[in-house]
Ligand binder design. Structure first.
Ligand code: S3P
Length: 450
């Protein structure tokens, strides 16, 4: 699993324009949920377009450990024969979720109301991330958990034998916490209610409904009140996983900042709870268009076309948009460096507890590349210096974070001098074909021995 192997340094340098078509892999969020919900359903769930990244493969292994039959049928097609809601058996060994916060938190929720106990661990990044945000609401169902100081992995979770339903208001905008509580509510009699003051990605709600759960969403002022009736009869599904907008953001960003580029990124999921970064690029003046807009499998989809955009301007990103682009701030900050003027990002405290502290990682790397950055606990600002002036000439740390690694490689594709990332291994967690795909578009990426 990535993050455990030898570091793989990679350098990126300016090359010709990026042109052609970027075929993006499946959505990571939907892929995790497809496997978990398939495992909680008796019968065969068929999945096409599954993201075969390390994070999702760890979830597939975990579902096998709980008793589901999960098989790779080739070409992105997977089959899951599930054990039903409440049907998980106790894993015989520790569940290693690798780098995946989504994987571990959703799986904790899914097993939390079944009378089994499970010990979870992960790589150094995941072992440093807070799990209390999930185990605290799970405790209200009657679930026990024993982790390291600060609620860190490794952690043993003892599922509640007689769970009681929960009414829980999210203290942080987190789809992972929301989803953990809803998944725990599945094997709980009565109604589990999650109140979400700020909307986060809604794949869990959409997919639970598709599998046959009785789930309703009401608006209360700005908040979403999600009510789930426990112990549903699930029907196996055929799922076509949309392509990941968070991965698409990387080649789109590269096309915007590399001189002369024109890249088509087809069939991207444009769920409004995920597509904030594309609106932000447009607000900055990017030449980015959404073509062939349509609905597929209940999700909005479009083909994105991105062209070199020398006239982008820095903007103040609306904080209300943060949840819909939370994973895209690192790559936004790269694009902002190549715009004219200041880009201000507020209301983004959550970036401090992702695969690494993403504000700190980006601020340090951007400064090393000649960009001025200011930061506070829940905000940061990048001083854009225009399309041709970012110096590069830096070696940066990826900190076991795929999105930090990809962001700095893209910066290197447009900077005056090359950029080396100390370890590109983590990219395999979410975008295993990134290097090949970018190289085919015309990028100059090289394994480095620096
Ligand atoms: C995800 C939710 C987000 C996001 C992560 C995927 C999900 O995390 O950063 O990459 O699939 O639910 P939070 O819920 O912690 O914001």
């Amino acid at each position: 699993m990535s993050g455990h192997g030898t570091p793989q340094p990679v350098s990126a340098r300016r090359a010709g324009p990026l042109t052609g078509t970027a075929e993006i892999p499946g959505d990571k969020s939907v892929s995790h949920r497809s496997l978990i919900l398939g495992a909680m359903t008796v019968g065969e769930t068929r999945i096409s377009g599954l993201l075969e990244g390390d994070d999702v493969l760890a979830t597939a292994d975990a579902m096998r450990a709980f008793g589901a039959e999960v098989s790779d049928q080739g070409g992105g097609n997977w089959s899951v024969h599930g054990v039903g809601v409440g049907g998980f058996g106790e894993p015989e060994a520790v569940i290693d979720c690798g780098n995946a916060g989504t994987g571990v938190r959703l799986i904790m929720g899914a097993m939390a109301t079944t009378a089994i106990s499970t010990t979870f661990t992960g790589d150094a990044s995941l072992r440093s991330r807070p799990m209390g945000r999930v185990t605290e609401p799970l405790a209200q169902f009657g679930t026990l958990s024993y982790g390291r100081t600060g609620g860190r992995l490794p952690m043993t979770v003892v599922g509640a034998a007689n769970p009681t339903p929960v009414r829980f208001e999210l203290p942080v905008p987190s789809a992972q916490v929301k989803s953990a509580v809803l998944l725990a509510g599945l094997n709980t009699p009565g109604e589990t209610v999650v109140i979400e003051p700020e909307a986060t990605r809604d794949h869990t709600e959409r997919m639970l409904t598709a599998f046959g759960a009785d789930l309703s969403i009401e608006k209360d002022g700005g908040a979403r009140v999600i009510t789930l009736k426990g112990q549903p009869e699930f029907t196996p599904q055929t799922i076509d996983v949309p392509r990941d907008p968070s991965s698409a953001a990387f080649p789109v960003a590269a096309a915007l900042i590399v001189e002369g580029s024109d890249v088509l990124v087809p069939n991207i999921g444009m769920n409004p709870t995920r597509s904030g970064v594309f609106t932000t690029f447009q607000d900055m003046g990017a030449d980015l268009t959404f073509e062939n807009q349509r609905t597929e499998g209940g999700e909005p989809v479009a083909d994105l076309r991105a062209r070199f955009s020398p006239d982008m301007k820095g903007i103040e990103v609306p904080p209300a948009r943060a949840a819909s682009m939370i994973d895209e701030y690192p790559i936004l900050s790269v694009v902002a460096s190549f715009a004219e003027g200041r880009t201000v990002m507020r209301g983004v405290k959550e970036l401090r507890v992702k695969e690494c502290d993403r504000i700190d990682a980006m601020a340090q790397g951007l400064r090393a590349a000649g960009v001025t950055v200011a930061e506070g606990e829940d905000w940061w600002e990048v001083e854009g210096i225009g399309p041709r002036n970012v110096q590069g000439n830096a070696r940066v740390e990826a900190r076991l974070d795929h999105r930090i690694a990809m962001s700095f490689l893209i910066l290197g594709m447009a900077a005056q001098k090359s950029v080396t990332v100390d370890d590109a291994g983590p990219i395999a967690t979410s975008f295993p074909i990134f290097m090949d795909l970018m190289t085919r578009l015309g990028a100059s990426l090289h394994k480095s021995n620096q």
